[in-house]
Ligand binder design. Structure first.
Ligand code: DAH
Length: 367
């Protein structure tokens, strides 16, 4: 009996606490809603909040279902409180939604788009200063009636040396300090080299064409040098003119015409006797310094002349090796470096800069 009564009391106390708690929880939910609402910064989050409080399983919605726990006398008041809570949540949501919309619109309108601004294009590349120089050289010779010929970088020892009158025991062949290339399987007997000069293009051209021949051959060449003024990879330009009655006077005249065209001023060309196995007579050719009018500067090492390259009359042995009748034809050839020419033209202090590919260097040569 006693136990029964106390159980009854506990039950009543419990349901009373429930009654008390339902309206309080409503008030607490409303407070929490205000806090949550302040944190909302997007319309999506606002929608989620609406669902969390007023959706089918929302916390405010759930409180309404607990109406039965409230004493009947208080239910009307609670119903009114619940309705007003829902209305105020609804209104706050609507206000907030409008505010977020207005914000988005304001941001959109504040965005300034200048439709006349030029687009951001990736910077265009430029030709490498060496390529620019090579092209200018080629153009000068093409204006003089020369064709441009090319040859492979990996060359046969025969074209690179033998046919140019440099047999295997020739001392000049040792001097060349060559990169030798392993021949592919099946061609073990072949001697292959990275061409040490552009002169083998002479051989290739004479073997495949009949005079008159008038070509230049610009291109990459390789030797085992490597210091401040030498790179194992460098560039040369070769010239070859073969016809009946070609003389050394033609050579000098051509070099003068070329330099006048290339440097835009007539410059003295000086030939100094020298030796190259593939020419006879051979010479080195110098150019009156175009940078100081021969007053003396660093570029001409205060000599007034710039040493450009080698030249001479094609050796009969070379004609012979290439199948050209040396009784019928004569010819001259020259060869000089492009890299140093480019360095002089652009006053580049170190050869290495030319091959490092540093954009900060290269972008100084727009073309
Ligand atoms: N091939 C020579 C060298 O690399 C340069 C040269 C000299 C080329 C004389 C020629 C020439 O055509 O006639 O040093």
């Amino acid at each position: 009996m006693l136990a029964d009564r106390s159980a009854e009391r506990v039950k009543r106390a419990h349901s009373q606490s429930q009654e008390i708690r339902v309206p309080q929880r409503l008030a607490a939910q409303l407070e929490q809603f205000k806090v949550d609402l302040d944190r909302v910064t997007s319309e999506e989050a606002l929608y989620d909040l609406q669902v969390a409080y007023l959706g089918k399983k929302g916390s405010i919605t759930a409180l309404k279902a607990e109406m039965g726990k409230i004493p009947p006398a208080d239910r009307k008041a609670f119903g009114a409180a619940w309705n007003s809570a829902r209305d105020s949540i609804d209104a706050a949501l609507a206000t907030r939604r409008q505010f977020l919309k207005d914000e988005a619109r304001r941001r959109d309108l504040a965005r300034r788009v200048d439709l006349t601004m030029p687009p951001l294009r990736p910077p265009p590349g430029t030709l490498h200063p060496l390529a620019q120089t090579r092209r200018r050289l080629s153009e000068s010779f093409m204006r003089l009636g020369f064709d441009v010929a090319v040859g492979p970088h990996v060359e046969s020892g025969r074209y690179n040396f033998d046919d140019l009158n440099m047999p295997s025991d020739h001392p000049a062949r040792d001097m060349a300090d060559t990169f030798f290339v392993s021949p592919p399987a099946g061609r073990e007997g072949d001697e292959l080299v990275l061409r040490t000069h552009t002169s083998p293009v002479q051989v290739r051209t004479m073997r495949s064409q009949t005079p008159p021949i008038r070509i230049i051959a610009p291109g990459t060449t390789f030797r085992r040098d490597d210091d401040a003024t030498h790179s194992p990879m460098f560039h040369q330009i070769e010239g070859l003119y073969v016809d009946r009655g070609v003389t050394m006077a033609d050579l000098k005249a051509t070099l003068m015409a070329f330099t006048a065209d290339f440097f835009g001023q007539a410059l003295e060309v000086r030939l100094r006797p020298s030796f190259f196995p593939f020419v006879e007579p051979g010479a080195e050719f110098d150019l009156a310094c175009p940078f100081c009018s021969q007053r003396g500067c660093n570029l001409c090492k205060h000599t007034g002349f710039i040493e450009l390259g080698g030249c001479g009359m094609v050796h009969p042995a070379v004609f012979e090796a290439c199948g050209v009748d040396s009784e019928r034809y004569t010819g001259w050839a020259f060869g000089f470096g492009i890299d140093r020419m480019a360095m002089m033209l652009h006053q580049v202090p170190h050869l290495r800069l030319m091959f490092e590919g540093d954009v900060r260097f290269l972008e100084q040569f727009p073309c």
